[in-house]
Design a protein around this ligand. Structure first.
Ligand code: ZN
Length: 338
């Protein structure tokens, strides 16, 4: 009895952040040049700032799907990798692919890795550069989702839980793609046990000073996800730092909020909360720190693996009042089997 209790306590608080040979191989495959290549396309003027809706947004979705296919993911959409709907009489698409888990039981639980691939489009008139390229916001998150899909797909033994890679339209118009997903989930929400959303991981010239080899997790102490990142960060010697006020303030500023509202422990990881070209035409792919993105993506990938492979599943904090409504949403969801 005592031994069993001790085991329960240990498993409830332990996260597997070891860098095994297989994990090390996957992390080493994260490629600076592939991210630069992919981002130079997604943030190119050809795509005209990926406004929702626009031809550029649609091209971006097709490109992401092609990369998910190259990584060997399984399509989860209603149409191949696409979850399709319409917005202002135009087609808009979330892009969703699956890396199936290897554990016969845990594979029925899912870790989400997400980012938004839309941006602000272009100015209707004026002089000079008119295109909001959105390289850091959130081309950087989008190519990170692709990169982590590539890396984890190469593992000899796949992660125990299944991993869903999902990119959203319409974030800049108010979390539209993620809210749409939340209302029309492809994986039951009760089986979706965490979301790691990636936003603005490209720029190290934070408005408050250089941010190198470090990330922040929004709502860091709202759930166990922040703890997992901190443990993985120690392994890889990459900082996981709570900003005195922005870490909490930005919790509601990205697509993680749509899943958190449904009870899923969901957070956004970023490098710089604020940077000089934020929502300006100067957010170009040439200004991204790709070497730093490799470090950040290794940390995200290891954290995702810890979430996927540990017996425990992340819970909302009992102690932080800011997490109370999400904790309740999760309990209600489980009670209703929804
Ligand atoms: Zn964004």
């Amino acid at each position: 009895m005592i031994a069993a209790l001790a085991f329960v306590i240990a498993s409830a608080t332990s996260w597997d952040v070891r860098v095994t040979a297989d994990r090390s191989m996957a992390l080493s495959s994260i490629s600076e040049s592939r991210m630069r290549g992919n981002l130079s396309f997604l943030a190119s003027d050809l795509l005209e700032g990926r406004a929702t809706p626009s031809p550029g947004l649609d091209i971006a979705a097709t490109f992401i799907a092609s990369q998910f296919r190259a990584a060997g993911l399984k399509p989860l959409g209603d149409d191949d990798f696409f979850q399709t709907t319409t917005y202002r009489e135009a087609r808009v698409r979330n892009v969703i692919g699956l890396l199936e888990g290897s554990d016969p039981t845990l594979k029925n639980q899912y870790i989400f890795v997400t980012a938004h691939y839309d941006h602000l489009g272009k100015k209707s008139s004026g002089e000079g550069d008119l295109i909001f390229n959105g390289a850091c916001d959130d081309g950087s998150g989008t190519v990170s989702v692709i990169e982590i899909a590539h890396a984890l797909s190469q593992m000899k033994v796949k992660p125990k839980r299944s991993i869903v890679f999902l990119t959203f339209w319409g974030e800049e118009r108010g979390l539209l793609g993620s809210r749409y997903y939340g209302k029309n989930p492809i994986i039951p929400i009760r089986k979706t046990i965490a979301d790691v959303n990636i936003e603005q991981v490209g720029r190290t010239d934070d408005s408050e000073g250089p941010r190198v080899n470090a990330v922040s997790i929004t709502g860091e102490d709202y759930s166990d996800v922040g703890k997992v990142f901190k443990m993985a960060g120690k392994q890889l010697k990459t900082g996981v730092e709570k900003h005195p006020h922005l870490s909490d303030w930005y919790f509601g500023a990205s697509d993680n909020q749509a899943l958190a509202d449904l009870g899923v422990p969901a957070h956004t990881v970023c490098t710089a909360f604020q940077f000089p070209d934020y929502h300006r035409v100067g957010d170009e792919w040439q200004k991204i720190d790709y070497a730093n993105m490799v470090k950040v993506n290794k940390l995200i990938a290891l954290s995702v693996l810890a979430l996927a492979d540990s017996q425990s599943e992340p819970e909302w904090s009992k102690d932080n009042p800011k997490a109370a409504k999400y904790r309740k949403a999760k309990a209600d969801r489980i009670a209703s089997n929804g």
